[in-house]
Design a binder for this molecule. Structure first.
Ligand code: IPE
Ligand code: IPE
Ligand code: MG
Length: 230
């Protein structure tokens, strides 16, 4: 499962508060969702926290977000371990501060052996940039015999994974917009898409379980005709 956590800023502004306050409340929603996910049968959860295009936001908002990521990574490790959560961070690291990179490495190392939930946090992530990198890797390897599976492996490699990039089965976007904003374009080829007008800071366990319920009721045909239809 993957979530585009959107709507923090608008949620805060609607309450007469600065956008940064919305981001702080958004971090609490992350905690709720991470805690609830394993019991709902979710094994992999990829959260879109900061897109490569988000660098274009005002400097003070970017600073707050970077500070929030760092404090989340530092504070959350004991709780992640308690819940059996393995944390991985996706995206470029060369534009992050050395302190944030250290916090990422420390959290990844500390949780590496956990296996109840694989939590992937996308920071400075751009799906198109990853696809370009994957294409470059494929070209450098000669490009011959490239097929879907080997390309998925290249996408994984471009993301620093040892295995092919996992497909997304269910994608949720909060905040009312109905777009992918450069998130997991390859992995979402057959994802079920769910859009909710709920803003991310107010998203909770019940919303997550409602989305999972809706997903289970959907007829995933993958281009075929449903057997039951006959
Ligand atoms: C999502 O909320 C968090 C990030 C993109 C970092 P937004 O900050 O996009 O909030 P809105 O969409 O402006 O309300
Ligand atoms: C997408 O949200 C990125 C994250 C949620 C981290 P944005 O708010 O940046 O996307 P747009 O600008 O509405 O497409
Ligand atoms: Mg937004």
């Amino acid at each position: 499962m993957a979530i585009i956590m959107d709507g923090n800023g608008r949620w805060a502004v609607a309450r007469g508060r600065p956008r940064e306050w919305g981001h702080r409340q958004g971090a609490r929603a992350v905690r709720r969702v991470v805690e609830a996910a394993p019991d709902l049968g979710i094994g992999t959860l990829t959260l879109y926290a900061f897109s490569s295009d988000n660098w274009q936001r005002p400097a003070h908002e970017v600073r707050t977000l970077m500070r929030l990521f760092r404090s989340y990574l530092r504070r959350e490790v004991p709780e992640l371990l308690e819940n059996g959560v393995r944390l991985e961070v996706l995206g470029r690291r060369d534009r992050l501060s050395p302190e944030l990179v250290r916090a990422i490495t420390a959290a990844e190392t500390a949780t590496a052996a956990a296996s109840r939930l694989r939590l992937r946090l996308a920071v400075d992530y751009s799906s198109r940039d990853i696809l370009v990198s994957a294409a470059q890797l494929a070209a450098a390897a000669g490009g011959a015999n490239l097929d879907r599976d080997s390309f998925a492996a290249r996408v994984g490699e471009a993301m620093g994974l040892r295995e092919a990039t996992p497909e997304v089965d269910l994608l949720i976007r909060t905040g009312g917009e109905q777009r992918l904003s450069d998130f997991l374009l390859w992995e979402c080829a057959y994802a079920e898409l769910t859009f909710t007008s709920k803003m991310w800071p107010e998203f909770g366990k019940d919303d997550l379980s409602a989305a999972v319920r809706e997903f289970r009721a959907r007829d995933r045909r993958f281009g075929k005709v449903t057997a039951a239809a006959g």
